[in-house]
Design a protein around this ligand. Structure first.
Ligand SMILES: CC(C)(COP(=O)(O)OP(=O)(O)OC[C@H]1O[C@@H](n2cnc3c(N)ncnc32)[C@H](O)[C@@H]1OP(=O)(O)O)[C@@H](O)C(=O)NCCC(=O)NCCS
Length: 368
């Protein structure tokens, strides 16, 4: 049985009280909370908060779950909410969910509360805790990783937003005997958030990069390397920028902007895809806007990205270039890659055709 009050990891979990109503309204009515917890009443007013205290919270307990206010142990002021919903009695399987008031975010409150409740739930017999996060909810996915949850996959169209549009959710799961965390990541964060050699800077793609990246990916010579080789629309590029954090946390891909180090202007894009983690093999790609070409920036980019990849444990990097793309092949050679062969018909071409790809490889042990 999980206790009514829990004090651990610098936070207190306790029943929600009438004095919490103003903080409940501010926290649950916040746009970020409403976006990522679409089941929250909308609008969320004092009556919604009072309903939660007198009916909602007791109903969760009555159904075999639990619901708490997260409070500051010194002041007892409400910092957020957290709870468990029983999913399958026979499988001792629960879903965990939480929110934090906007003024207490980024201080480890969700992480501490998730740890504290998880420990009590496992001690009380839970076998499996599942956390479902929106693909764009970076803080929540980071909290899950910090608390030892592992990414099991994507539940397609698992959530209905207020406008009726359904969204995929990522399933993060921790079992009773999993390590406490943090969960190791295939692709850790860049040191200090960026890589730089003083001339180019690489950092993770951000939503604000969408326009520049769309211009880049609709250039004919860049489209020719895309799969399939057709120009993307603006929304698909904007989505790519919004999802970059999630794919990175998942260990699937590091999608980066190439910036002029002096001005911070976006001059291109590059990506590392971890296509074969079991053998330690990853692939990389890059492209520059026309005004940034001819200055060695692509070679600098590949050197920086390859250096980081080998630092985080990649054993072998490969890259493909079209046969006629001699400039890209030269970039790879200058960045320490060796030509390894020709893969016939590897890439989808225009109108059902296939194009050959020259393959280059570099090992962690190769020198520049
Ligand atoms: C998700 C939420 C509960 C996180 O609460 P929090 O107390 O700020 O989380 P923490 O301080 O414990 O931080 C968790 C991680 O997110 C990171 N983080 C915090 N704010 C961030 C932000 N704005 N952008 C990116 N990362 C952020 C933290 O650095 C930490 O990562 P780390 O462990 O790698 O250092 C809070 O943002 C929230 O209430 N959001 C709206 C409701 C919601 O999304 N609920 C979860 C539904 S699944």
């Amino acid at each position: 049985m999980i206790p009514e009050t829990v004090e651990a990891h610098g936070i207190r979990l306790r029943p929600t009280r009438p004095a919490d109503v103003p903080d409940l309204v501010a926290g649950c009515g916040d746009p970020e909370t409403r976006r990522f917890i679409p089941a929250m009443p909308d609008p969320y007013d004092a009556a919604s908060a009072r309903w939660w205290i007198t009916e909602g919270e007791p109903a969760v307990w009555a159904a075999g779950g639990c619901a708490y206010a997260i409070a500051d142990p010194d002041t007892d002021r409400l910092l957020g909410g957290i709870g468990l919903t029983r999913l399958a009695v026979a499988r001792a399987d629960y879903e965990i969910g939480y929110w934090v008031v906007p003024w207490a975010r980024g201080r480890g409150v969700a992480t501490a509360a998730t740890r504290a409740l998880g420990e009590r739930a496992f001690a009380a017999g839970a076998a499996r805790l599942e956390l479902l996060t929106h693909l764009e909810n970076e803080p929540s996915q980071r909290a899950a990783l910090s608390c030892g949850y592992r990414r099991e996959g994507v539940r397609r169209a698992a959530s209905a937003a207020r406008d009726g549009v359904r969204h995929d959710l990522v399933a993060w799961v921790r079992l009773a005997d999993d390590p406490a965390g943090p969960t190791a990541r295939l692709l850790p964060d860049l040191p200090g958030g960026r890589l730089t050699d003083g001339v180019v800077t690489l950092r993770r793609l951000e939503p604000a990069d969408a326009d520049a990246l769309h211009r880049l990916h609709t250039l004919p010579e860049v489209v020719a390397n895309r799969v399939p080789p057709t120009p993307p629309d603006r929304e698909s590029i904007a989505r790519r920028c919004r999802l970059a954090a999630g794919y990175w946390l998942a260990g699937d891909a590091a999608d980066l902007a190439i910036l002029d180090a002096a001005t911070g202007t976006l001059v291109g894009g590059c990506a590392l895809g971890y296509d074969e983690p079991a053998t330690g093999q990853a692939t990389l790609g890059y492209s520059l806007l026309p005004e940034a070409r001819g200055r060695g920036l692509a070679t600098r980019t590949v050197r920086l990205l390859a250096g980081w990849a080998f630092d985080v444990g990649v054993a072998r990097l490969w890259a493909g270039a079209r046969v006629e793309n001699v400039v890209s092949q030269r970039v790879l050679e200058r960045a320490g890659f060796r030509r390894e062969g020709l893969l016939r018909g590897r890439m989808p071409g225009v109108a059902g055709a296939r194009t050959d790809s020259v393959v280059f490889g570099r090992l962690a042990s190769d020198r520049d």
